[in-house]
Design a protein around this ligand. Structure first.
Ligand code: TMP
Ligand code: ASP
Length: 237
């Protein structure tokens, strides 16, 4: 498939047309941002890791019955995906309190939940991705009630699969963010990426952070953390 014009550049990826309108090519960058783009940097080799990790995890999720946008890995940084229109919601699942949850509700980071939580943010950089509830999303016509039910079902199913898999790797899946898209016929599929940029991953034994929080919080060892989770994933996939 031939790579066409660039149609979008996000904070971590570029998106290109192909000669088939049903497909796009995503290209993963090493650029890292945090706090809605306020903090900027580079995580050397991140694009290669995130591309491969996301593709391997999405293929695993497909096998578990969760439809995704993944089609074919084209190179170290590039992947052919189904063209979707992104539902402008960031869907966040949490198994353990951390990050904005801990801050917002005054709950100590590391407190385990008996059942996972779900929350939605309105995907809008100008507004800083504000938290919103289902009724807000429906009122704003960001998604229908039925679509939200499908998204919730898939998001919890993703959590069960990934929690199990990361545990096999000796990694605790603390929380993560998903994005979904609609195919031309309206089918909802998992899109975007699943990577240390979008998940909190803690070493099961030591609690060491193996994700983008090392960049967000200036903890150092960012590249090593990404390499370490990738190594463990490759040993267990
Ligand atoms: P939060 O605790 O900052 O709300 O983050 C929850 C999860 O979502 C965490 O795994 C990091 C991920 N995330 C993104 O992927 N993109 C974002 O823009 C933000 C704020 C969080
Ligand atoms: N991707 C987000 C941004 O720059 C932040 C994050 O991942 O924390 O703004």
């Amino acid at each position: 498939m031939k790579q066409g014009k660039q149609i979008y550049e996000g904070k971590a990826k570029k998106v290109y047309r192909t000669d088939d309108p049903r497909f796009l090519i995503v290209s993963y960058k090493d650029d890292a941002t945090a706090f809605n783009g306020l903090k900027k940097g580079t995580i050397v080799g991140k694009g290669v890791i995130n591309n491969k990790m996301s593709n391997l995890l999405m293929q695993r999720l497909e096998k578990a019955g969760i439809p995704t946008h993944f089609v074919l890995e084209l190179s170290d940084r590039e992947t052919l995906v189904k063209k979707v229109s992104i539902v402008p919601l960031e869907v966040i699942i949490r198994n353990i309190a951390a990050g904005s949850f801990s801050k917002r509700y005054g709950v100590e980071e590391g407190q385990k939940f008996d059942v996972p939580t779900i929350e939605f943010s309105y995907k809008n950089d100008d507004l800083g991705d504000p938290l919103l509830n289902k009724a807000h999303a429906i009122a704003m016509k960001l998604a229908t009630e039925e679509e939200i039910a499908t998204i919730e079902k898939y998001a919890f199913a993703v959590n069960e699969e990934l929690k199990k898999f990361w545990a096999e790797c000796g990694v605790t899946l603390v929380d993560f963010k998903l994005e979904f898209g609609r195919l031309a016929d309206g089918t909802i599929v998992l899109a975007d990426e699943i990577s240390p940029d979008t998940c909190r991953l803690w070493d099961m034994k030591t609690g060491e952070k193996l994700d983008k929080d090392r960049f967000r919080r200036d903890l150092g060892g960012v590249e090593d953390a990404y390499s370490e989770v990738m190594k463990r994933l490759l040993q267990h996939i």
